[in-house]
Design a protein. Structure first.
Length: 90
């Protein structure tokens, strides 16, 4: 995956502002607009026949990532809280 990431990101026209990776999950801060995000996503998925990504975009300034709900504040900063999926059973 390290080689894949290095090759894919270096050949991308647009780059993310920040990306954090945990195992097979990646959280990206993107500042080029949704249309260019879709192109970046397609670029990643065209790099390998066996590696394919899925994507969740923020909705109303909220993005669940693993067990954390990331919130974008009005001033552009971020906050977070514990996030439990609807299927969580304690």
């Amino acid at each position: 995956m390290e080689e894949f990431e290095s090759k894919s990101l270096s050949s991308a026209i647009f780059k993310s502002k920040l990306s954090k990776i945990f195992l097979d999950n990646t959280c990206v801060i993107w500042h080029h607009g949704t249309d260019k995000l879709d192109l970046f996503f397609a670029h990643l998925n065209n790099q390998s026949k066996s590696i394919k990504f899925t994507m969740e975009k923020e909705v109303n300034g909220l993005l669940p990532f693993l067990d954390v709900l990331i919130s974008k504040k009005d001033d552009g900063s971020f906050s977070h809280q514990v996030f439990w999926k609807k299927t969580h059973t304690e």
